[in-house]
Design a protein around this ligand. Structure first.
Ligand code: PD2
Ligand code: ZN
Length: 294
């Protein structure tokens, strides 16, 4: 039996009452981070009169109106943003400038995170190690190659040499998170037409595979995507539920924060990479965890 929280139970009940189609409910649950199998099971079970329902009796009489895009209104709240205040941030060996700050979802765009030479070196070092990209299977928690992210990638071991260590120290200072909490720097390369469909970087708490992924280091809390080249057209990092698009620019970066001190995660951080329309796209991503990782 899958246990749904009160918020989701109320949402499901209200939608069944207003005769929303099962397909639309399943789609809305998948968009909110449920895996397809769980969403299908829960909806099918809820609408079937012959099976016991996953929906417990509501504890409150109030059922919120149909929320935007079929999702329940999120009560997520950020803590104090860890990134330093101000328009210029000294990260030790460089001054990073702040281009844009958005409160919710918490998104910050930086310039001058990496030099042109550092971008070129990361591409050169990673190119011979690229493999088809993998994503996390939501049920097993295992990494698998799927059509979900159509690109190639590789990960450096944390602090694997002096050059990587220098970049990691700078990024940790910028994100204001201990270097030990970081996963290894991950490179992604997109060719013409390739994209990354919208997803959460956090491990969706209701996915059975997430517990396994969080056993070491806990939940992911923040991401920094740094662009390693200028893309002629397309390839924006976008947040579809917040209406934000960030255009890739060599050496610039987009930061986002989506997990607070209580371990609650922000569904507004749903994001993806738009298809590359002209040229190619290279990025390096740093994911930070709640605790030391690995
Ligand atoms: O390449 C991107 O813009 C992108 C978009 C969404 C990268 C990631 N997610 C990621 O590395 O998690
Ligand atoms: Zn992502």
């Amino acid at each position: 039996m899958i246990e749904l929280g009160t918020e989701w139970s109320n949402w499901l009940r209200a939608n069944i009452q207003r005769r929303t189609s099962p397909d639309a409910m399943i789609k809305a649950m998948i968009s909110a981070g449920f895996d397809a199998a769980t969403a299908t099971f829960v909806v099918t079970q809820a609408i079937s009169p012959s099976m016991p329902s996953a929906i417990p009796t509501p504890k409150t009489a109030y059922v919120p109106p149909f929320p935007s895009a079929g999702r329940p209104v999120s009560t997520y709240q950020n803590d104090v943003i860890p990134v330093a205040a101000g328009n210029r941030i000294d990260v030790g060996d460089r001054v990073v400038t702040v281009e844009t700050r958005i409160d919710r979802p918490c998104v910050i765009v930086f310039n001058n995170v990496l030099s042109d030479e550092e971008c070129d070196t990361l591409i050169k070092l990673s190119r011979p190690r690229l493999k088809p990209s993998s994503t996390v299977d939501p049920v097993t928690g295992k990494l698998e190659v799927t059509g979900h992210r159509i690109s190639e990638g590789m990960s450096f071991r944390r602090c694997e040499d002096e050059f990587i260590t220098r970049i990691e120290q700078r990024i940790a200072k910028l994100m204001n998170c201990p270097i030990e909490n970081g996963e290894g720097l991950a490179i992604l390369h997109y060719n013409l037409g390739q994209q990354y469909h919208p997803h959460f970087d956090y491990f969706p708490p209701q996915n059975p595979g997430s517990q396994k992924r969080m056993a070491v280091g806990g939940q992911r809390v923040s991401t920094l995507i740094t662009y390693l080249n200028d893309v002629e057209e397309g390839g924006e990092t976008f947040f579809p539920d917040a209406g934000i698009s960030v255009c890739p620019r060599k050496g610039a970066a987009v930061y986002f924060l989506y997990c607070n001190a209580q371990g609650h995660v922000d569904p507004l951080s749903l994001h993806g990479g738009k298809p590359v329309v002209s040229g190619e796209k290279w990025i390096v991503t740093k994911w930070m965890r709640q605790r030391p990782f690995g």
